[in-house]
Design a protein. Structure first.
Length: 273
């Protein structure tokens, strides 16, 4: 039987439609198979597509499944914010395969409370070279794990605007660490960080705004550069999708948020299985 399902397309980490990090949200994913969800995510060809489902745990208000055009993710930041935002203002408890998080939604955006990410030092040379940095530009790199979604972060004092990425080496770095993305991060002020994050295995390649990595970026910025607890991360400017990610980074109290803009809405026609 074919059902009509509502879906929305949003931009996250921006107040302006058609900028920021795009997302599709299917408001009711009940009855859809894993294959159908994956196929719809490939069809939208957006960085992520989410499917709202009834909660599987009593403490959660809803369950969400998160798909890129290539894979399912256990957790991701900007899909968490956008999915909760379509539900309307209030406090929501979201369950995904990777973790349970609390999300506070306002009329203009959303913020989620992130469990402290796991942060481990790793050898920086390969990651720095893959990002187009010299070995002398990076003395350390970090592997961070935010609910099963891993990234390699390379702090540097070098400008990020003219980096030349090596896709083959980025793929190798990601595989060697089990990481989805590889990022360079640079302090640009007492409460500001510039980030460029590459997802070499996905069609997006450079991610406009990475919520799952942002809590770790804030914690590393505090300990490495002495930045404030509250910072704004600039990401995506180089690809014409300027995202601004608000982070409160304090051990045991990590929050990531940003504005959300509605771009389009429609009806999805898929047969329940």
């Amino acid at each position: 039987m074919t059902q009509t399902r509502r879906y929305s397309e949003l931009d996250v980490f921006t107040p302006q439609p058609l900028l920021g990090n795009p997302l599709a949200v299917v408001h009711d994913g009940r009855g859809l198979s894993d294959a159908q969800m994956a196929a719809f995510a490939r069809w939208t060809n957006l960085s992520e597509t989410t499917f709202l489902l009834p909660p599987t745990r009593p403490e959660a208000d809803y369950m969400v499944r998160i798909f890129t055009p290539e894979r399912e993710l256990p957790f991701a930041g900007h899909p968490t914010l956008g999915t909760a935002w379509v539900l309307g203002p209030g406090r929501w408890t979201q369950r995904s395969p990777g973790m349970t998080v609390e999300v506070e939604v306002t009329g203009s955006g959303a913020t989620f409370a992130q469990p402290d990410p796991k942060i481990t030092e790793v050898y920086p040379e390969d990651a720095a070279a893959a990002l187009g940095l010299l070995e002398t530009d990076a003395s350390v790199a970090f592997l961070i794990d935010a609910g099963g979604t891993k990234h390699v972060l390379v702090p540097t004092d070098h400008s990020l605007t003219s980096l030349r990425f090596n896709r083959e080496r980025l793929v190798s770095v990601g595989r060697s660490h089990g990481a989805v993305g590889v990022a360079a991060m640079r302090a640009t002020g007492k409460a500001a960080v510039h980030v460029r994050l590459i997802v070499p295995g996905d069609n997006t390649f450079e991610d406009p705004g990475t919520g799952s990595a942002s809590g770790a970026v804030g914690l590393i910025a505090r300990t490495r550069w002495g930045l404030d607890e509250d910072i704004v991360i600039s990401q995506g400017d180089e690809i014409g999708r300027p995202c601004r990610i608000r982070v409160h980074a304090e051990p045991g109290n990590v929050r990531v948020g940003g504005d959300v803009a509605a771009c389009a809405s429609g009806r999805l026609l898929l047969q329940s299985e």
